[in-house]
Design a protein around this ligand. Sequence first.
Ligand code: HEC
Ligand code: HEC
Ligand code: HEC
Ligand code: HEC
Ligand code: HEC
Ligand code: HEC
Ligand code: HEC
Ligand code: HEC
Ligand code: HEC
Ligand code: HEC
Length: 488
Amino acid sequence: MATPSRTQKQIAERYKGNLGYYKKVHPWRRARRLVSVVSIFGGLIAIWIFQTRSRETFFNSGKISADHASFGDKCASCHDKALMTGGPLTPQKFRAIVKERFQNGIAFGLIDQKCQTCHTHHTFHEPNVVQNRSCSACHQEHEGPGPMKLVASSNCASCHNNRETMEASAQKGMQFNWAAFHRHPQPAQRVVFEVPRPPRGHTQVFSSFWNGHPEFQINSAKPRDPDVLRFNHQRHFANDIPLVNGRKLDCNYCHKPDGEGRFMQRISFAANCQACHSLQFDPKNPELMLPHGNATAVRAFLRSLPTQYADLAVKKGITRSNEIQIFVAKQIAQLRERVRSGEDFERQVFFTTDPYKPQRQDNSPTRSSFYGCAFCHEVKPVANTAPIITKPILVDRWMVRANFDHAKHSSVKCDDCHHATQSHDTSDVLMPTKANCVTCHSPQGKVVAECITCHTFHAPPQTAIVDLSQTPPISVKQMMFGRVSALR
Ligand code: HEC
Ligand code: HEC
Ligand code: HEC
Ligand code: HEC
Ligand code: HEC
Ligand code: HEC
Ligand code: HEC
Ligand code: HEC
Ligand code: HEC
Ligand code: HEC
């Protein structure tokens, strides 16, 4: 420790004639007092002036997002003006605001109501949700001038990974009439395969896609493809399947992407089957084909065979009417050698499942095939009229709860996900399993696997079921500190 350069005595000596120091007016000290007073009162006055006179933007806690920039300066669009400026500040009001801020964080309830003045059609998620989140839990404002941040998976996990919440939702869901609720509505013309909601709902608890997310219900529930159309994927990749336009049959011959490339177009007989299964019925006249798609039209066609043969004669360049008659008579006579009667012939056309094998030496460009409708269809006889063909059900969507996009997966082979080349039966459901996705959508696979990569949150407008005013949402702070139970 350094020794002091002067003794106490020497120091005292210095103040000897100056004992009234603090009683004297000193310009520096006076200035200091003035500054203190001015800053305290000036501050108070400034608060008063800003509260009543200045632009509200002064209080801005951060830049408003690009989505709301057009009215970012009109704070009252989102904030209740009465709290900041309107009316005198009574002690009760002051206490209420302080209590609100310190206990619950920001008053989200009021802001939420403001959000909903513009976003009127935003309904919440599922009818059995026990405690809704505030809009601002997921969509945060004042975070900078860009677009609002994407919704984090932790927001979803705050329910989906909370056993208490999901158990309560499962209980509540049991009392609810789900018939009214369709969170993923589809256009009427779209055929959707809907696995019924399980008794306890989709309430399994899990933390992430790659860890605990349930296997897709379409696989775990083991449903059957309801289609009665006979189709054997595997058979159509065998070696004896003829080339079409010089190419071997591949998935894309039948499954063509739709306009956006997101899903596949529906299969049609004309575009995907007719090239090989061309509905010929007379081996001697392979040019002549049955119309497809309407049993009554087929029956009418068969009952007007003389006219059909006459038309064919004209197409073949026969013009004289007696020659046409001779041609028609000859064809009918040849046909009679194969079939016993008109009824018998109709029965063959509709009900033969085993195809009449075409002659190998036949060198017509399309291979002749003489199948009955029952080769592909379920056909039910009806007395004295055309049989009923059970309409094939070609499903357009299999997993409506997720938003898959084929275009984003064009680098993956179709069969890696669908395993169609091993499928014999139409009743096989060829949908991928969760494991197919996790290879990429996981930290190991290095492709995003946030909940919102695959799912949406909001129910569409017409399914309005939850009224915010009845179940006040909770703030982030309440959630974090568990001030209120997440259940009610
Ligand atoms: C688009 C809606 C919106 C607009 C416009 C908006 N805010 Fe906010 N503000 C919010 C939300 C939501 C919060 C809650 C916290 C959060 O999400 O960051 C908030 C929080 C705040 C907070 C801190 C929390 C508190 O005590 O209330 C202040 C201060 C604030 N805003 C001031 C302003 C001012 C000043 C303006 C006008 C320049 C403004 N805000 C415009 C949505 C908005
Ligand atoms: C004064 C009307 C108004 C209020 C109040 C308002 N918004 Fe908006 N919001 C808009 C408009 C307009 C857009 C831009 C719409 C667009 O781009 O399609 C928008 C966009 C959004 C978007 C992004 C839309 C997108 O397509 O990505 C979100 C999320 C959003 N608002 C949430 C909120 C939340 C949360 C609140 C309350 C804190 C709120 N809004 C308050 C009018 C409003
Ligand atoms: C407030 C609680 C809560 C939050 C937050 C929440 N969910 Fe849910 N969610 C539920 C409940 C409860 C169900 C079960 C519905 C049932 O019983 O069938 C559910 C069901 C689902 C389903 C399956 C049912 C369907 O029709 O799609 C998906 C997918 C889903 N949530 C995704 C999300 C995503 C993505 C988020 C985050 C953006 C999210 N959830 C946030 C409570 C919540
Ligand atoms: C490239 C030609 C080609 C196309 C296109 C084609 N098939 Fe086939 N299909 C065949 C051949 C060849 C056979 C074997 C015929 C036989 O056994 O006599 C066959 C067999 C079948 C069988 C019998 C399968 C079995 O297991 O015995 C059915 C049913 C069938 N096809 C339905 C269809 C349907 C429906 C379409 C359109 C979606 C279609 N096919 C498209 C060539 C084709
Ligand atoms: C090679 C298989 C195959 C044969 C043989 C076949 N169909 Fe079809 N049929 C299909 C396919 C595939 C569809 C569904 C796609 C479509 O409508 O084009 C279909 C659809 C239909 C439909 C429903 C049309 C609609 O509007 O939904 C009827 C009716 C029908 N076929 C009748 C017949 C009749 C009658 C025959 C016999 C003359 C026949 N089919 C022979 C494959 C076949
Ligand atoms: C990464 C996995 C993946 C790959 C690769 C993939 N799919 Fe799919 N596919 C799916 C999923 C998931 C669905 C269910 C989507 C739905 O219906 O909601 C689906 C649905 C389908 C459907 C039925 C629904 C529809 O869109 O018509 C067909 C057909 C189909 N895929 C064919 C193909 C073909 C052909 C290819 C190759 C060009 C292919 N898929 C590649 C995952 C995949
Ligand atoms: C890579 C895509 C993907 C990701 C990431 C993902 N999911 Fe899913 N999820 C699906 C598919 C596909 C289904 C099946 C949809 C169907 O059956 O219609 C599904 C089904 C569900 C279901 C219904 C489960 C049941 O019981 O059948 C819930 C709930 C769900 N997801 C929530 C979430 C949540 C929460 C997250 C984020 C932690 C998440 N998902 C992440 C693709 C995904
Ligand atoms: C000759 C036409 C044809 C070819 C080629 C073909 N499909 Fe299909 N596919 C169909 C028909 C018809 C259906 C509807 C009947 C059914 O569900 O089996 C179908 C249905 C599907 C479905 C719907 C899901 C399901 O469970 O029914 C998927 C997925 C699919 N095919 C994938 C493939 C893949 C992958 C390939 C290539 C390896 C392929 N298909 C090749 C005709 C074809
Ligand atoms: C080979 C790797 C791979 C596999 C396997 C895979 N995905 Fe993806 N997926 C991707 C990539 C890459 C993207 C694009 C990510 C991006 O845009 O940032 C993507 C994007 C998506 C998207 C977002 C589409 C959009 O509209 O932006 C969904 C949903 C999705 N995948 C679901 C699935 C499902 C369901 C499966 C399993 C059936 C699956 N993926 C399997 C690589 C894969
Ligand atoms: C649990 C998280 C969560 C909550 C709470 C939430 N959102 Fe969203 N919001 C999302 C997600 C995720 C999306 C992306 C699209 C989707 O999932 O529907 C979204 C999209 C939006 C969009 C833009 C897309 C569209 O559908 O037009 C608006 C606007 C929006 N939300 C407003 C609101 C409002 C207003 C509230 C409060 C009433 C709210 N959100 C509450 C998660 C949430």
